[in-house]
Design a protein around this ligand. Structure first.
Ligand SMILES: CC(C)(COP(=O)(O)OP(=O)(O)OC[C@H]1O[C@@H](n2cnc3c(N)ncnc32)[C@H](O)[C@@H]1OP(=O)(O)O)[C@@H](O)C(=O)NCCC(=O)NCCS
Length: 195
């Protein structure tokens, strides 16, 4: 669904939860997942970031960045404060078939690190992978220099497991906001998900 400035005909109020972790001691780690690796992506970051956004986000109405050009993706990824990781199957070699999901982190002012995107591709849910992916993302975020807070937002268009996973790992809600969205022709993949 596409974001709009405020209420209008056909718009839906989407509830956005903002969660944070203020101390690495609050992390409640998930057990590791057999045959999975958490791999930093350093080559072709823009292409990978875009591919994950499209393949992970399609069922969950992630449409805001679908129109981004390659240059826009490069502006997003090709910065030292942007960090991209893949969850892969069995081997540390990364290719489309083995990439199960991803986590994207951005270092921000005042020691904030935002988990900007995190998710699994359809068909990969529910085997402990998302819990472990988030565990590794939080560990990496806290290992970055000067991190004081890790935060994330999720909304009621995302998987129902998303908020539960953040809370299970030790993140706590600090704000709740509403944004307005209208249906978008690119929402069609929504029906294909099985949790
Ligand atoms: C959110 C997501 C990463 C969770 O991954 P997963 O592999 O399905 O979840 P796991 O099996 O690892 O379980 C992790 C936690 O998720 C929660 N969870 C899992 N399945 C759930 C379900 N069907 N309903 C509600 N909560 C669920 C539980 O709190 C679980 O906690 P636990 O580790 O204490 O048991 C995954 O569902 C996903 O990628 N969803 C689509 C993209 C998305 O919504 N991303 C979040 C954007 S902010």
């Amino acid at each position: 669904m596409r974001a709009v400035d405020g209420p209008c005909e056909g718009a839906r109020a989407v509830v956005v939860e903002h969660l944070q972790m203020l101390d690495p001691e609050h992390l409640n780690p998930s057990p590791g997942v057999p045959d999975a690796s958490f791999v930093r992506i350093e080559q072709d970051k823009a292409d990978w970031s875009r591919w994950f956004y499209e393949s992970v986000g399609a069922p969950w109405h992630w449409v805001d960045r679908l129109a981004w050009t390659h240059d826009h993706w490069r502006e997003w990824t090709d910065r030292p404060e942007h960090h991209l990781f893949a969850l892969t199957d069995r081997t540390r070699e990364l290719n489309d078939a083995q990439a199960l999901g991803y986590a994207e982190l951005e270092q921000q002012a005042d020691g904030d690190v935002e988990i900007t995107y995190l998710g699994l591709r359809p068909g990969c849910f529910g085997h402990g992978r998302g819990g472990w992916l988030l565990t590794r993302a939080l560990e990496v975020a806290w290992a970055l220099p000067d991190t004081r807070r890790v935060w994330v937002h999720t909304c009621d268009l995302d998987s129902p497991a998303a908020s539960a996973n953040y809370r299970s790992r030790g993140m706590r809600e600090f704000a709740r906001t509403v944004e307005w969205r209208v249906p978008d022709p690119r929402d069609d993949a929504t029906d294909t998900v099985t949790l």
